[in-house]
Design a protein around this ligand. Structure first.
Ligand code: ZN
Length: 649
């Protein structure tokens, strides 16, 4: 039924991987040569191989992230080039592309699998003349070099600067944890060193009392890597060329080809509407901040490098809340049980803990039942440990589908977090933002394990457009702010006392602090990103574009030396080119869906929630998300839900 999780045999791993890939390649050769045009005889065997490869490789990539060691690291690194070569060759296999065009089926789902893979082939340029293909390869190679250089320049500049402070007055108010990492002894004197690395930079910009020091840090940070200007010019020009070669007007259109959003115009329109709605609130928030800074320190002209500092002080005055206050009420075991109870209620499923040996004794596994029939399995690895990489994520292991022998395969997934480890002295205690994180990852996991498609390529999170992937996770996250949900598992870990009302109200009110300012900031990045990919912008035009956007998004104008774009790694060195809007795109869906599942009394509408599972979650990528959404609620998601979610109405 489920494939037991097993530690790989590291000595033989690469050999086994190569054998598996040979088997895959041989099968493809046979499929291409065969006389059959039957979906079941051509496509299904490939899905089976995809699953086999994934089952073989996932335990390694998973353990490399959660039980990292020299051997996992080495085996993982040795595997990557082999897999990457295999996938590249597959994506450019013209004979396979031609074979797929001949496959006949009456099933709409199977037709979608065929259509989507043909689309992928076309987007990788399989149909183009050899010379064009060669140029595309050159562009890809150059783009990857440029991205690396972009990051490297940024990293070098980040590491090249230290602000050394020897006056205790200038570090007053900075939390001890941050001070401890800044404290150094130089010539027998205590000094505090702040750098441009995130935790250090943020600590001074948020708590550092000396305005001149804040400005120095801010200026150095926002003028890093001036040589990235040239790299940006070249990246943008190559991306446009690539899009044109593949038959698109511009890079933004090419990037949107795989997304839920249909055109750059639709995205721009969407973002501009958010600006329109959020602006009045952001103006009020900014005014409040300016008045506060004036009253507190006589600041006449609030600058960009003051925003973090005075916002923190204002937040403290308004709410006096910090995340550690909630810890005693959120014992890991209680929170997990509360989450499973909520999911059981919302989606009418049952969880049953299973007793198996896993990679660490703190890891738990559950089987999930629907109508007393087994449905899926989930693994929870929630506590931090030295061998685990930071952050939180969901990793899909098995995928639900039906193979060519009519065997049903069941889905499973790992949920990984980095919560405070339990010890003989104390259980693992979660901060409220940890609770939110757990709900978020659970949302991703449910999307995967509820997948009901018989086609692997459309099942669970497979094939889901990239700009809606965060929809189910953000949806579930919203429940972690509901007082009735938090009350259901929030009990003091020693006294068992229920979480007090005043704390619940702090969680709720502090959530929306400066929400509109935050929204405008994200929209500024998103609008800049999408517009930048509409034509080959160059040097000064890039700054001009940003300045123009800031007229509507920036209520405190950044100093003219600010070159934010030189550090915009998301789009120049990450995967977010023409995709930064996705954060907000998915958030509108999740907010709208969330409100649809609330009833008038603040409880949950059981039918709507169950339908959400049926119409959205279980459908995977059988149809586009906008269609699924419409089938569920009979309407488009509404922007005003996002505004309500932040309490801006
Ligand atoms: Zn996520």
């Amino acid at each position: 039924m489920f494939n037991d999780f097993q530690t790989p045999n590291y000595d033989n791993f690469i050999k086994q991987l190569k054998t598996l890939i040979d088997k895959y390649n041989n099968t493809i050769e046979k499929l291409i040569a065969s006389n059959s045009f039957e979906y079941n005889e051509i496509i299904k065997p490939m899905q089976e191989l995809d699953e086999e490869l994934s089952l073989f490789f996932t335990p390694l990539s998973h353990l490399n992230s959660v039980m990292n060691s020299d051997i996992t690291q080495k085996t993982y690194e040795d595997s990557l080039p082999i897999l990457s070569e295999f996938h590249t060759k597959l994506a450019h296999n013209k004979s396979l592309f031609e074979k797929l065009q001949t496959i006949k089926t009456n099933s709409p789902e199977q037709q979608r699998v065929i259509d989507e893979s043909l689309k992928e082939f076309r987007l990788s340029g399989v149909t183009l003349p050899a010379k064009t293909k060669q140029r595309l390869e050159e562009i890809d190679a150059r783009l990857s070099t440029l991205s690396n250089q972009f990051s490297q320049n940024l990293l070098d500049a980040t590491n090249a600067f230290v602000l050394s402070i020897d006056n205790e007055e200038d570090v007053k108010g900075i939390p001890e944890a941050s001070l401890a990492s800044a404290r150094k002894i130089k010539d027998k004197k205590t000094v505090y060193e702040f750098t441009l690395q995130m935790p250090s930079y943020i600590a001074y910009m948020t708590y550092g009392p000396n305005r001149l020091h804040r400005e120095t840090l801010y200026r150095t940070y926002n003028t890093r890597a001036p040589q990235n200007a040239q790299i940006i010019d070249e990246i943008l020009s190559l991306r446009q060329e690539e899009a044109k070669l593949l038959g698109f007007d511009d890079y933004a259109q090419y990037a949107l080809e795989r997304r839920d959003a249909s055109s750059p115009d639709e995205v721009i329109d969407f973002l501009e509407k958010i600006i329109e709605v959020a602006s009045p609130y952001a103006i009020k928030e900014t005014q409040q901040l300016k008045e506060f800074a004036k009253k507190l320190d006589g600041i006449d002209l609030l600058q960009s490098y003051d925003v973090g500092y005075y916002s923190e002080k204002l937040k403290k005055e308004l709410f006096d809340f910090d995340e550690t206050m909630t810890q005693e009420y959120f014992k890991k075991e209680d929170v997990l049980k509360g989450l499973l109870d909520l999911v059981s209620k919302l989606f009418d499923v049952k969880f049953k803990k299973i007793d198996i040996n896993l990679w660490d004794q703190s890891v738990e596994a559950y089987d999930i039942y629907e109508n007393d029939t087994i449905l899926a399995r989930l693994y929870f690895d929630l506590e931090a440990r030295a061998q685990k990489r930071g952050g939180a994520w969901m990793h899909d292991f098995e995928t639900h589908f039906v193979d060519s022998h009519k065997n049903r395969h069941f889905a499973s997934a790992f949920i990984v977090c980095n919560f405070m480890p339990s010890s003989p002295k104390s259980p693992s205690l979660l901060r409220h933002d940890d609770v939110v994180t757990l709900f978020h990852e659970m949302g991703h996991a449910l999307h995967h394990i509820f997948g009901s498609s018989e086609e692997r390529a459309l099942s669970g999170i497979n094939g889901v457009a990239w700009d809606v992937v965060e929809f189910p996770s953000q949806f579930l996250e919203n429940f972690a702010y509901q007082a009735n949900v938090l009350k259901s598992f929030g009990f003091h870990y020693e006294t068992k006392e229920a979480i007090p009302e005043w704390l619940l109200s702090k969680i709720e009110t502090s959530k929306n602090f400066q929400a509109a300012m935050g929204i405008l900031r994200q929209v500024e990045f998103a609008l800049f990103d999408i517009k930048l990919h509409l034509k080959p912008y160059k040097s000064d035009e890039i700054q001009a574009l940003l300045d123009d956007i800031r007229k509507t998004t920036s209520l405190i104008t950044p100093p003219s030396y600010n070159k934010f774009q030189h550090g915009f790694s998301h789009i120049f060195a990450g995967g977010y080119a023409a995709g930064y809007y996705s954060y907000k795109w998915a958030e509108v869906l999740s907010a709208d869906a969330f409100f649809a599942c609330l009833d008038e009394t603040g409880g949950f509408d059981a039918k709507k929630a169950k339908d959400y599972k049926t119409y959205v979650l279980s459908q995977g990528s059988k149809r586009d998300m906008r269609k699924l959404y419409n089938e569920w609620l009979g309407k488009e998601p509404e922007l005003k839900s996002l505004i309500s979610l932040y309490g801006l109405d």
